[in-house]
Design a protein. Sequence first.
Length: 445
Amino acid sequence: MTDQQRKMLLNVNLQGFGQRPAAWRTQDVAGTELTTAEFWAQLGRIAERGKLDAVFLADSPALGNPNLRPLGQVEPFVALQAIGEATEHLGLIGSASTTYNDPYDLAERLLSLDVITGGRLAWNAVTTYAENVSANFGIDQNPDRPTRYRRAKEFATVMRRLWETAATGERIRHRGEFFDLEGRLNVPPSPQGHPVIFQAGGSPAGRDLASATAEGVFTVELLLEPAIKNYRAVKEGAAAYGRNPDDIKITPGLSFVLGGTEEEARRRYDEMETLAPDNYTLNTLSDYLGEEIKELDPHQPIPTEILDREIDETTYHRSVSYHQGIVRWIRKNNTSLRDTLRNFGGYGARIIVGTPEQVADSLEEWFLAGAVDGFNLMADEFPRGLETFVEQVVPLLQAKGIFKTEYTETTLRGVLRSQGHRYPVSAASPTTTAEHVLSTAQRSN
Ligand SMILES: Cc1cc2nc3c(=O)[nH]c(=O)nc-3n(C[C@H](O)[C@H](O)[C@H](O)COP(=O)(O)O)c2cc1C
């Protein structure tokens, strides 16, 4: 199969009522819906109608800030079970922390759900940087990044070995820095053997974890050239571990707001941002930069001292991948702080505000350039934003021949292996030559 005939992977990141911070205010939803099985089942059915490959649910085992977003979402794998019952083909990807779980317990629960859903489950291995989590587990302070990643690597190895015991029936013995155990699981293998492993976190240690063990990676990519570079680095990293680079698929987050015209999409975006809690964007950007920026002159670009600041990966307690991606994006645009904030609505992910054609063209451009195997989609509001994507963008991608029209695989691992690129990618030209009319700040390169 040539690269041109290969199909992109599309997951959808189910972020509660949507990625827009005001999503709960712009549609007719009751806050309690987030805790009903039907809310999640309905999102799964819409995704499956659009032939999407999977849904993804993040996790933070701590109370969020009720002044910023509705609370009360259920634990990801419980929501995924509800989605699994309502669907037949959709992959089900959930985050679970390697810092705040036990591998035997997690391996047993996730393999069980994989068996029950017919081989559609994936575990997104995350190391968790949120500082409000540790006290919930009786720990004074979140361990530093190197410690969290060493534990993550060992955790993933133990998970995989335990899952393999389902098929071999043999006990394993593991002695490591963090875990010391002997045993086997009392769960049968699933149709895909065991859950797929995803990973999120793009610091060098995060990339190493991905290359060593992940079959799918959620990345932070706001610009095309760095995305291509990172794509190659992760694939080469997997090859260096003796793996087939095609066995690891890379899907950065992609946020979108759709409208019938670009102006309409922009108006919709601006209206939704206006309804966000005060200083939401400013605080989010401050957080990702690891710097207080509220006293800065809004009419000037963010000072280079802030952007040039070296990050010490051992002590920096936030995400290196978000920091790097956002700093590069700010430098590239070089706009005033006010305009930077105005365009920051992807909250760390690339955002496209435009027509279905513009969104489809941009997805095609990145896919054919060999920057991604697919995308982790972030809709402005659920369910409406996802429905619009399924009805208006998916048919365009199908017409371009870069997205499937039918489900052909029965397991998530089968889906990942049969789609995305073959590495190395021979870059091809988009089918559309129309110039993208996205504003400068949204341009990919
Ligand atoms: C796209 C993406 C998704 C993530 N999802 C979660 C999550 O659901 N739960 C969590 O605890 N951490 C999550 N993380 C945090 C990472 O696991 C990691 O702790 C963090 O990014 C710091 O590592 P880094 O410096 O390598 O980026 C996510 C990170 C990224 C980049």
